[in-house]
Design a protein. Sequence first.
Length: 101
Amino acid sequence: MNTSIHQNNLEHKRVLKLAREYREQGYSVCVYPSADKLPPKLADCSLDLIAKNGEKVVAANVRSRESLSLNGSLSLLKISESVKEIPGWEFELVVTNARKK
């Protein structure tokens, strides 16, 4: 149980860092967008962040190595394929690892 809390916290911190990086590049960013902020094709997808800059939109998910299970990978593949079908959108998967102490 403690591990999943740590991993969620690790992923959340990386989402916030990624949002800051995109904002520094001039993107408008929405963290953990709700279904009404997404195109209908993505309304049932769980995205961690969308970043818009003109006509370009990046949809991103952040995962730790530990949270990338086979089922998680299939879910990410479905999201990636759905994003690809939307003109001007691209999918980014960011994998983060816990620091060794």
